[in-house]
Design a binder for this molecule. Structure first.
Ligand code: C2E
Ligand code: MG
Ligand code: MG
Length: 878
């Protein structure tokens, strides 16, 4: 800054004392000082090539000035040409090169044709001006030697080149900031002074002005080297399109030939029209070329934009997504060509229509809510999945992303992007279905069923309706599965599932809870009890039709328990109650249905208690047998005993068989218990027969249940008991009820024949209470008929025997069977039965079931003392 002030001061002094030596010295001081300063600036830039060249130019110019001054002082006259000219001309070359370097393209090796054209145009224009104004005169001035003329002609030529480069640099924006203006300004100062020199060299009046121009030029150029570091480094290599300044540079030179003619005319000088015309033509050619190139560049740019547009369109058209712009009112503002394609629905909305026409009715509310939220939040993205209205039966899902770009002037709406996610949704739905459905029957599974029941109970809480659950267990499924295999079992379950579905109303839920257990939920019915019993009846009816399995035909039935909801019912308690009721139905025989009542629950709890208690009871020796005598009615003689099982429960006391045998039967424990009973009863009977031979051959009756008959081991067990105890086979009577035989008649018949084969006698117990059927009696090889107590009860004090009892006794006689009357309590009953020729009897009238010791006491009493084999009978003293 200080040096600039000094330079300004020196220039002022020079202007004041131009004629004196001070003028010369100040001039030299300014130009030499500028040279030195320029180098300092170049150095600061790290000797960047353009700045170094400018510094060189300023220095060369100063060297020229110093040389010229030296000649002037020594010879007192300046020569026409001298070494000084080398410095001056060299300075133009250096500065020109510096400008070229600064404006060179940074990237790409392509020649900057536009730049060359611009430079040539300006150069040509400047040259013609120079030519007309002075050059022509200089070149043709024969008063001067040729070398002088050549050197003098070089100045305007170099000026023209420099001018062209400066203009090019400034107008092409290659030089930016202050540096550009400093360089341009400096060069212009020099050019102006040169120009003035050409015009007014002859008269010395303008000398001061010219000197000032040269000095100023040197100062500005030197300053530029300080300023140039940053701005030159920032020069961008980007190509420029058609700018106004570019057009100016190209066109303005056309004004020159005419302008020159006008100036020459004003000066009263002649101008050469031919030269001007030729130059005009040349300029025209150049300008045209430049304009054509600008046009080409413009077209190229436009094409590039169009390519970009087409690229974007191609992307949009071929993407799997669809997008559209939707206005605040929900109307589609843009084209939405992919929409119809994406949804496969010709009726999909298009530009100008309501975008929500696309959304399926079930998702419409959610879609609108999200859109409204989106409208309130600028620029935020919202995502959701929606079902669409597509005219197809299957659901189609789109993932929807929307972003509010209403304030974006290029968009002006909500940008909505849609993507088909139906495949993903289908898989998700399939997985959910799998999680809540039974794989075999496709019915609801336990989890879904519980969920449905919970829903129903919650709904019923608000309405007055009740819900009911039917718990269904397929009877005899295990037999089918064991005998025909799992494949047949699966077919059976599927068929049962189908029949259940057809037996219910459309709103009811049918589920498979596992194995052969099914359940039905009946809800939203004001008469749920009647309705559920009707459904149970329909289910039982539907199962009556035989099912064909791999060439085999089977008939299954079901045991059904019904429970309906009360005030405090939960899903699990409702299901459990139905299960309890089902258990009751099952224990009363196949194909039954029972409705839950709270007593059943007590029974179920007790059953559970018994079931746990039974485990290990046999090993703990908690079982014992009581013996009830069987009497010959005509003589009153004891012919045998019936063994009756007792369980001495550690806390419940003596549990009667009616209570625990069904439980043991259900859990399968009856088989092991039965083995013990047979063994124990046989052992007792064998001992008594050995010890009291005079009482004849006493028989021993044991009871067996359905489960025991089904087991093939029964025969082995009986045979082993007979063998190990030595009891005669004829003395053993195996008793079974009709119900125990009916479950699988084929197996039962075979089993009875096997037992019969051992020599054992067979009795039908509780005759008349089960599925009494003459055909069964003929089919089963039985020996004894035990008429159930309930019939004997009907014989009252007045001595009347009902026809049914008489018929039973007759039947036994006809079939050649022995008849036993159970539960004789009154002597009148005994009399009547005797009268009807009933063979044997049992009952409290004769004796209740006795402990083994008491039974033996009875035997001791009856047997003649001499006949006793024992030396000291244990109870002989009584
Ligand atoms: P059941 O075989 O019909 O046995 C006769 C039942 O009638 C016995 O009941 C007996 O105590 C009872 N009773 C006998 N005379 C009279 C009478 O005059 N009046 C009345 N009210 N009852 C009389 P208990 O001992 O309670 O046995 C019940 C049932 O348990 C038996 O009926 C039998 O079916 C079954 N049971 C008993 N022991 C066994 C066993 O070891 N194995 C199997 N599987 N079942 C058994
Ligand atoms: Mg019995
Ligand atoms: Mg009985």
């Amino acid at each position: 800054m200080a040096s600039l002030l000094v330079a300004t001061a020196l220039i002022t002094v020079h202007a004041a004392f131009a004629e004196d030596a001070i003028g010369d010295w100040t001039y030299l001081a300014v130009v030499v000082g500028s040279g030195v300063a320029a180098w300092a600036g170049a150095r600061r830039s790290g000797f960047q090539i353009p700045l170094t060249l400018i510094a060189l130019g300023v220095t060369l110019s100063a060297a020229g000035d110093v040389g010229w001054q030296y000649f002037f002082w020594t010879n007192d006259e300046a020569p026409n040409i001298s070494v000084a000219d080398v410095g001056w001309l060299g300075s133009y070359a250096a500065i020109g090169l510096g400008l070229l370097g600064a404006t060179r393209r940074r990237s790409g090796s392509r020649v900057d044709r536009d730049g060359v054209l611009d430079v040539v145009v300006v150069f040509l224009a400047a040259m013609v001006a120079q030519w007309e104004l002075s050059l022509h005169a200089t070149v043709t001035d024969t008063s001067m030697t040729v070398p002088v003329r050549v050197v003098w002609a070089l100045y305007p030529t170099f000026d023209a080149v420099l001018l062209a480069l400066v203009l090019r640099a400034v107008f092409s924006h290659r030089l930016q900031g202050l540096a550009a203006w400093l360089v341009a300004g400096g060069a212009t100062c020099w050019l102006m002074s040169d120009f003035a020199f050409t015009l007014f060299a002859a008269d010395g009046s303008a000398a001061v002005v010219m000197n000032v121009g040269w000095m100023l030029g040197a100062v500005l150029l030197a300053t530029a080297t300080f300023r140039g570091r940053d701005s030159i480094a920032q020069v961008s290599g980007a190509s420029t399109g058609a700018t106004y300044s570019g057009i100016m540079v190209a066109l303005v030179p056309l004004l020159l030939p005419g302008g020159i003619a006008v100036i020459q005319h004003a000066r009263g000088a002649e101008s050469d029209p031919v030269v001007l015309y030729i130059v005009t033509l040349m300029l025209l050619g150049l300008v045209f070329t430049r304009a054509a190139r600008l046009l080409a560049a413009e077209t190229e740019l436009r094409e590039a934009i169009r390519t970009q547009e087409r690229y974007a369109q191609a992307l949009a058209a071929n993407s799997s997504d669809a997008s559209m712009v939707v206005g605040e009112d929900g109307l589609i503002l843009s084209d939405a060509p992919r929409l119809a394609e994406l949804t496969g629905y010709a009726g999909a909305p298009t530009r100008g229509q309501d975008a929500f026409l696309l959304v399926a009715p079930e998702d419409l509310r959610a879609a609108r809510a999200m859109f409204n939220r989106c409208l309130t939040l600028q620029g935020q993205t919202f995502d959701t999945d929606l079902r669409v209205r597509n005219g197809l039966s299957r659901n189609q899902w789109l993932s929807v992303r929307m972003v509010n770009l209403i304030n974006d002037p290029d968009v002006g709406g909500v940008l909505v992007n849609l993507h088909d996610i139906t495949d993903r949704k289908t898989v998700e739905e399939a997985l959910t279905h799998q999680a809540f459905h039974d794989g075999l029957t496709d019915l609801a599974n336990r989890a879904l069923f519980i969920d449905r029941v919970e829903h129903a109970l919650r709904r019923n809480f608000r309405t007055d309706f009740e819900a009911a659950v039917l718990f269904i267990d397929v009877d005899g499924f295990k037999t089918v599965n064991d005998s025909l295999g799992h494949v047949a079992g699966d077919v059976l379950l599927k068929e049962v599932a189908q029949r259940l579905i057809h037996a219910v109303r459309p709103g009811d839920t049918v589920a498979r809870l596992g194995g052969d257990e099914f359940a039905i939920l009946i809800e939203q019915s004001p008469h749920v009890r009647d309705e559920s019993e009707a459904v149970a009846e329909r289910v039982l009816q539907a199962l009556k039709t035989p099912i064909v399995l791999e060439s085999q035909t089977v008939t299954v039935s079901a045991s059904i328990g019904i429970a309906s909801s009360g005030a405090r019912t939960t899903a699990t308690s409702l299901l459990r109650d139905a299960d309890v009721a089902m258990y009751r139905a099952k224990s009363s025989g196949r194909g039954q249905c029972s409705v839950y009542d709270p007593d059943m629950r007590t029974a179920a709890v007790e059953r559970l208690q018994l079931e746990t208690g039974l485990v290990g009871a046999l090993d703990a020796g908690q079982f014992s047998l009581m013996y009830q005598p069987v009497v010959e009615l005509t003589t009153g003689r004891i012919v045998g005993f019936e063994a009756l099982l007792r369980w001495n429960h550690p806390t419940l006391g003596v549990v009667p068989p009616d209570r625990f045998i069904p439980v043991a039967e259900n859990s399968g424990m009856i088989v092991d218990i039965g083995v013990w009973v047979i063994q124990e009863a046989c052992a007792t009977a064998a001992r008594w027969n050995r010890d009291y031979p005079t009482l004849g051959n006493l028989s021993m009756a044991v009871n067996v249940s359905a489960r025991q008959i089904a087991s093939p081991e029964l025969v082995t067990h009986v045979a082993r008991a007979l063998a190990t105890t030595g009891l005669q086979a004829r003395s053993l009577i195996v008793e079974m009820t009709e119900t125990a035989l009916i479950d699988d008649t084929a197996v039962a018949t075979a089993r009875l024949h096997q037992l019969r084969g051992l020599g054992v006698r067979l009795a039908i117990d509780d005759f008349g209470t089960g599925y009494s059927s003459l055909s069964y009696l003929r089919q089963f090889p039985v020996d004894i008929l035990k008429i159930d107590r309930s019939f004997i009860d009907t014989i009252d004090d007045r001595g009347h025997t009902p026809a049914i009892v008489r018929a039973m006794i007759d039947l036994g006689r006809t079939l050649g069977l022995e008849t036993v009357a159970e539960g004789i309590e009154l002597s009148v009953q005994l009399d009547q039965l005797r009268e009807q020729d009933c063979d044997l009897g049992q009952g409290y009238l004769f004796s209740p079931p006795l402990e083994p010791v008491d039974a033996e006491l009875l035997l001791v009493k009856l047997a003649p003392a001499s006949a006793l084999r024992r030396q000291d009978p244990p109870l002989a003293s009584t």
